[in-house]
Design a protein around this ligand. Structure first.
Ligand code: NAP
Length: 294
C-alpha cells in the first residue's frame, strides 16, 4: 500500500466524491472532513481505507487542525461565505501538519478581469491567500484547478423545463462546460503524481464548448422528444436560479450567474495531457445522466 494519505474537504459532493472513489480504487487511504458520516458510509461503504473527521466548516475548523496530522496531501473544495479565510486556515493547518500538496478546486472566473464577478473574486482571494500568503515548508505546493461551468448544472437547472430550454443568450452563443467526473478524476491523478511534477500549477478546465442551440439538440436527442429554445430575460433566469441556489450563494453571486455571457473559448488543450484521455463531452454527460432528467 502507498505511504500517501489524503485529507479531503468536500468529498461527499459532486466533484469530491469522484476524487475519493478514484483514490480508493488505487488503494490510497483517505480521511474525509464531513458533517454527515452516514453519507460517507453510504457513498464509499465500510472500507478500511476511509476515515472520517466529523465537523462543519461554518462552525469550527479546529477538528481539521488535529485531524489532518499524518496526511501527506489534501483535496480542498468548499464555498463558505469567507472562502479566503476558510481555505487559508485549512491550508495553514495542512502545512503546519506536514502536508506537501494541496489540490484546490477554484473556478475559471478567478482568472477573469479584476472583480468581474463576486464568485470569481472570492476564488481569486482564496487562491491568493493559499498560494502567496500562508507560510509553507520548502517543497510544499498548491495545485489549482479552475473549472468552467459544471455539466451537472445542465442536469440540475440549465435543463429543459417541460419541453422548453430557456437561457438569456442568443441561440448561437457558445458556453464552456466541464464534467465534474473529469475534475474529480484529474484531482485524484494529481494527488498520486510526483509532487514536483505539478508544483504550484494552475489549470483552466474546459472540457467542451457548445452553443445553446447545440445544447438544445443534445437534450432533444437524449430525451427523444422535441425541445424548443426560448430566450428569456435575465430577471426570469435569476428567479429560476434563485430557487436552486439562494441557500448557497449571496445575491450578487446569483445575479452574476444569471447574467453570465461567456467569452469565446475552446476546450482546454491541456486536458488530454493531464487526464491521459479526451475529456467527457456535454452530450456524453447528459446521456449518462438521462435518468435524472425524467
Ligand atoms: N457549479 C459550477 O458551475 C462551478 C463552476 C466552477 C467552480 N465551481 C466551484 O465548485 C465548488 C462546488 O463543487 P461541487 O459541485 O462538488 O459542490 P457540492 O456538490 O455542493 O459539494 C460540496 C461539498 O462540500 C461539503 N460541504 C458543504 N458545506 C459544508 C460545511 N458547512 N461543512 C462541511 N462540509 C460542507 C458538502 O458536504 P455535504 O455532502 O454534507 O453537503 C460536499 O461534500 C464551489 O467552490 C464552486 O464555486 C462550481
Amino acid at each position: 500500500m502507498t505511504s500517501e494519505k489524503v485529507f479531503v474537504v468536500g468529498g461527499t459532493g459532486n466533484v469530491g466524491k469522484q476524487t475519493v472513489r478514484a483514490l480508493l480504487a488505487s488503494n490510497v487511504p483517505v480521511t474525509l472532513f464531513a458533517r454527515n458520516p452516514a453519507k460517507v458510509k453510504e457513498l464509499f461503504g465500510d472500507s478500511d481505507l476511509v476515515s472520517v473527521v466529523q465537523g462543519d466548516l461554518d462552525e469550527d475548523l479546529t477538528p481539521i487542525k488535529q485531524g489532518i496530522v499524518g496526511h501527506t496531501r489534501a483535496f480542498l473544495l468548499c464555498a463558505p461565505e469567507d472562502m479566503a479565510a476558510t481555505k487559508g486556515t485549512i491550508a495553514q493547518y495542512a502545512f503546519e501538519a506536514g502536508v506537501k500538496q494541496i489540490v484546490d478546486i477554484s473556478s475559471i472566473s478567478a482568472g477573469f478581469a479584476w472583480r468581474a464577478n463576486l464568485i470569481g473574486y472570492n476564488h481569486f482571494l482564496a487562491e491568493k491567500r493559499m498560494v502567496e500568503e500562508i507560510p509553507r515548508p520548502k517543497g510544499a505546493h498548491v495545485v489549482t484547478l479552475r473549472p468552467s461551468r459544471f455539466m451537472s448544472n445542465a442536469i440540475l437547472y440549465d435543463r429543459p423545463h417541460g419541453n422548453v430550454l430557456r437561457d438569456v443568450v442568443a441561440a448561437d452563443q457558445t458556453q464552456s462546460w466541464i464534467s465534474p467526473n473529469d475534475i474529480g478524476a484529474l484531482a485524484a491523478l494529481i494527488l498520486q503524481d510526483d509532487i514536483n511534477k505539478h508544483g504550484d500549477g494552475v489549470y483552466d478546465l474546459i472540457g467542451d464548448v457548445v452553443t445553446v442551440e447545440q445544447r438544445r439538440a443534445i437534450f432533444e436527442s437524449v430525451l427523444g422528444q422535441p425541445i424548443t429554445y426560448e430566450r428569456i430575460t435575465a430577471t426570469e433566469k435569476f428567479n429560476t436560479l434563485n430557487k436552486f441556489v439562494a441557500h448557497l450563494l449571496p445575491f450578487p453571486a446569483i445575479v452574476s450567474l444569471a447574467t453570465l455571457v461567456d467569452a469565446p473559448a475552446e476546450p482546454s488543450l491541456s486536458l488530454p495531457i493531464l487526464l491521459g484521455r479526451e475529456p467527457e463531452t456535454l452530450e456524453q454527460f447528459i446521456s449518462s445522466n438521462k435518468a435524472a432528467l425524467q
